[in-house]
Design a protein around this ligand. Structure first.
Ligand code: FAD
Length: 263
């Protein structure tokens, strides 16, 4: 089975800050990681490959330094990496991003495309389903388990808040992965050495221009406008009560909640 996993390089969110003037993330000096849902998607893809054979290609759209995320995926065991990168792609919102990624995917051979459910820096959960729409493929989102049933049929366990659904889907298709889908393996030592020897295919605007309308990418192809963004301010330090017994602590908390009409 030919599997392609879309993996986004994201800033480690606990350290993300926003530039109040430009409304964009300050990425300089912030450590980057593979988006957690995507890493589970990579692991799920590797397990399918181990079970039924095939290849796993990782695709990342981002600046040249996103190459590091691809090499990490290669070191985990992916076969190939594709970096979609170009100045023309900058400023893209989710619609333009999925348009560009879908154009890149059209240059590849695949039976199954796995994306994460959502990226921890954007959190929209839009890109995976949009890719499926652009490519005219069936999709199952929120996957917590994937079982290959036959050469062209997959059973996906789809998570809901209070239940799950088992969905049979024919390939080629798109599945969006939850972090719970599979615990990612560590990079192997030999995999890390090989990963840095491998060539990563780079697709820029020139390579994709036949598949893209320039009006649908970048800032001008993005219907979303960020009007304002802000970093949450730390709250006041609150009240500390020391040396209270459990009963006194309960009474104090209840009194405070009543005072504020919370209970
Ligand atoms: P989600 O929809 O939450 O991601 C779902 C899944 O899609 C991921 O788990 C992953 O598998 C896949 N995926 C998403 N993005 C990628 C990717 N890049 N590569 C591979 N797989 C991916 N971001 C910038 O970096 N630079 C900008 O200049 C910029 N300008 C923006 C301008 C506007 C007006 C807006 C609204 C957003 C802008 N963004 C920019 C953010 C950018 O739109 C999102 O990072 C991107 O579209 C992904 O959306 P998301 O993070 O919500 O992903």
């Amino acid at each position: 089975m030919k599997i392609v996993v879309c993996a986004k390089q994201v800033p480690d969110t606990t350290e993300v800050k926003l530039d109040p003037k430009t409304n964009t993330l300050i990425r300089d000096g912030v450590p980057s990681i593979i988006n957690p849902d995507d890493k589970s998607g990579i692991e799920a893809a590797l397990r399918i490959k181990e079970q039924v054979g095939g290849t796993v290609t990782v695709v990342c759209m981002g600046p040249p330094q996103a190459d590091v995320a691809i090499r990490e995926a290669l070191a985990m065991g992916c076969d190939d990496g594709v970096l979609i990168s170009g100045r023309e792609f900058g400023g893209s919102d989710t619609l333009a991003t999925s348009t560009i990624i879908a154009a890149g995917l059209k240059t590849l051979d695949y039976d199954l495309i796995i994306t994460g459910r959502q990226a921890i820096d954007g959190d929209t959960a839009q890109v995976g389903p949009q890719i499926a729409e652009h490519l005219g493929l069936p999709q199952v989102s929120y996957a917590e388990d994937i079982q290959v049933e036959s050469e062209n049929s997959i059973i996906v366990k789809r998570q809901y808040e209070d239940r799950y659904q088992k969905v049979r889907i024919k390939t080629p298709c798109v599945i969006t992965a939850l972090t719970e889908l599979a615990e990612p393996r560590y990079m192997s030592v030999s995999g890390t050495v090989d990963a840095y020897a491998k060539e990563i295919k780079v697709l820029g605007f020139e390579e994709l221009k036949d598949k893209l309308n320039p009006e649908h990418i970048g800032l001008k192809g993005s219907p979303t406008n960020v009007v304002q963004s802000f970093t949450k301010q730390a709250k006041g330090k609150g009240l500390y009560y020391k040396d209270l017994s459990a009963e006194e602590a309960v009474e104090t908390i209840v009194a405070k909640l009543e005072e504020r009409h919370i209970i």
